[in-house]
Design a protein around this ligand. Sequence first.
Ligand code: AMP
Length: 119
Amino acid sequence: MQKPAPSDETIFSKIINKEVPADIVYEDDLCLAFKDIMPAAPIHILIIPKKPIPRLCDATSEDKTLLGHLNLVANQVAEDAGIGEAFRLVVNNGADACQSVFHLHYHVIGGRNLQWPPG
Ligand code: AMP
């Protein structure tokens, strides 16, 4: 398992290292999924890679397999949460797009009728 270096520390790296508790719904060698502490919908799960990529735009072609894996894990956790047929997958990239934790994460949101476009 890849451990974030101390310089990469965020609340999410502390969750990966089990220094901060989280309601974990899925874990494998590459990623972790847990319930968002401030859910925007009845189902709101975050999926994070164990590799500390700060933002999606910092990912490189080396991360191609990892990014594909995160998408398939999104399908899996949505299915397990009972929203496999209707959910939204969101990545906020950068502070101006409302990214607040600089460790890449996918939001899996569902369990109610979702509106479009988002704010
Ligand atoms: P973003 O604004 O896209 O960076 O999303 C960060 C998300 O992380 C927000 O939805 C927060 O509610 C969530 N969050 C922050 N700290 C925790 C935590 N300790 N456990 C679970 N979710 C968290």
